[in-house]
Design a protein around this ligand. Structure first.
Ligand code: FAD
Ligand code: UDP
Length: 377
């Protein structure tokens, strides 16, 4: 048998593929990274418009408490001090997120943590009674038992139903566990020790990870599967796991997002990077003003224009970008069957959001590569 050109063919240049390629190259392995998109970087890719890095596939804020991951990414490109403090707009009234003393004051005019706790307890009382000691079974029960009805109705129900296109009673409870609840005046969305945006944008992180690695864009694995497979000893596959197996057991569901983007002749249009629209009647979920991720203070005004994106959440159909796995019981069961097939593919490593069908943030993707690399490299 002729020797293969590469040790690894890496399908997908998102953070999973790019981080794997970085470590593989360091270990002396020959890698080829391919991506079907016309650029590298997967969902963290940015377009530069009017001097502003625009998060093409949705706003991305890096956050982690893992010092090893934080030091690793900062070793590739230093990160700035961006701290995510999204604001919610409900029928024209503004609330701070995540749910904290500012939110409770805006909602109920309470001014102390004791008053806020008492108000939430009062709201939770009837929910806890109806649960009768059992664990919340769905997102609505989970949310009501965490924060009570007022916050659920104004800030959670409409947003969640728009984002997931399903009733909150049909969604798993874990989605809402991501939302922290705090009795201090702290609008920092994340509890993590570290967060920020790469200085100069995410493309710098990706090009740093892929420095010296051979790459091909506009190259779909499935268009040339046989030939590409023969190039390498092993494959790292970060595309859709169901597509890898020709959808033979059926399609896994995803949610997708479509973006309406405008360049606006104002230096500061909404005063924040992220504004969530939590009312069911407003068709979009979030409005992103990209410059606030990387421009602070006077720098906001030194750039006379701004780029704004309206995000609309939709059910995914073949041909659209698969963004969020729908981890309900039906899809999780189907994924387990695909995982079973994957375990028989000795020369293929399945990793990342699409191949593991997992609601992964960026840092855990890097963590995962760090965890498995010893096994393969
Ligand atoms: P991806 O980035 O999706 O990369 C997969 C790559 O594989 C893509 O480039 C794709 O084109 C390529 N590919 C697929 N199939 C093929 C094929 N057949 N042939 C060739 N190439 C193929 N995380 C955070 O930590 N903070 C955030 O604020 C945050 N915001 C997000 C917002 C949105 C809208 C979304 C969708 C995700 C967000 N994430 C966030 C999660 C983050 O995007 C992921 O954790 C991370 O990008 C996953 O990397 P990946 O390599 O697994 O996948
Ligand atoms: N969420 C909500 N109201 C908000 C923001 C979030 O109800 O204003 C809920 C919603 O169910 C969402 C979940 O919290 O799916 C997680 O939101 P987050 O912004 O953390 O996740 P992302 O959409 O960035 O993956």
């Amino acid at each position: 048998m002729s020797e293969r050109t590469y040790d690894y063919l890496i399908v997908g240049s998102g953070l999973f593929g790019a981080t794997f390629a970085y470590f593989a190259k360091k270990a002396g392995k020959r890698c080829l990274v391919i991506d079907k998109r016309p650029h590298l970087g997967g969902n963290v890719y940015c377009d530069n418009i009017e001097g502003i890095n625009v998060h093409t596939y949705g706003a991305h804020i890096f956050h982690t408490s893992n010092k090893e991951v934080w030091d690793f990414v900062n070793g590739i490109v230093p990160f700035n001090r961006y701290t995510n403090c999204p604001v919610a707009n409900y029928k024209g009234k503004l609330f701070n997120l995540p749910f904290n003393m500012n939110t409770f004051h805006q909602m109920w005019r309470v001014t102390t943590p004791d008053e806020a706790r008492a108000k939430i307890e009062e709201q939770r009382h009837s929910v806890m009674n109806s649960l009768g000691g059992r664990e919340p079974q769905n997102l609505e029960e989970q949310a009501l038992s965490l924060v009570g009805r007022d916050i659920y109705e104004a800030l959670i129900k409409g947003y969640t139903e728009k984002q997931w296109g399903r009733s909150c009673v049909d969604l798993p409870a874990f989605i809402i566990k991501r939302l922290p609840l705090r009795f201090v005046f702290d609008n920092n969305y994340f509890n993590d020790l570290y967060q920020g945006i790469p200085i100069g944008g995410y493309n710098k992180l990706v090009s740093g990870l892929l420095e010296g690695v051979e790459t091909r864009v506009g190259c779909d694995f499935f268009t040339n599967r046989g030939e590409l497979t023969n190039l390498a000893e092993k494959i790292v596959f970060t595309g859709q796991i169901d597509e890898f197996f020709d959808f033979r057991l059926g399609h896994l569901d995803f949610r997708t997002v479509s973006f309406e983007q405008k360049v606006i002749g104002s230096a500061n249009w909404q005063g924040n990077a992220v504004v969530n629209y939590t009312d069911r009647e407003v068709p979009y979920t979030r409005v992103i003003e990209h410059k606030h991720f990387e421009m602070f203070g006077q720098a906001v005004y030194e750039c006379p224009k701004t780029v704004v994106s309206w995000e609309y959440s939709k059910e995914w159909k073949p041909g659209m970008e698969p963004y969020y796995p729908v981890n309900d019981a039906k899809n999780n069961a189907l994924f387990q069957q695909y995982k079973e097939l994957a375990s028989k593919e000795e020369n293929v490593i399945f990793g990342g959001r699409l191949a593991e069908y997992k609601y992964y943030d960026m840092a855990p993707v890097i963590e995962r590569v760090m965890a498995i690399k010893e096994m393969y490299l």
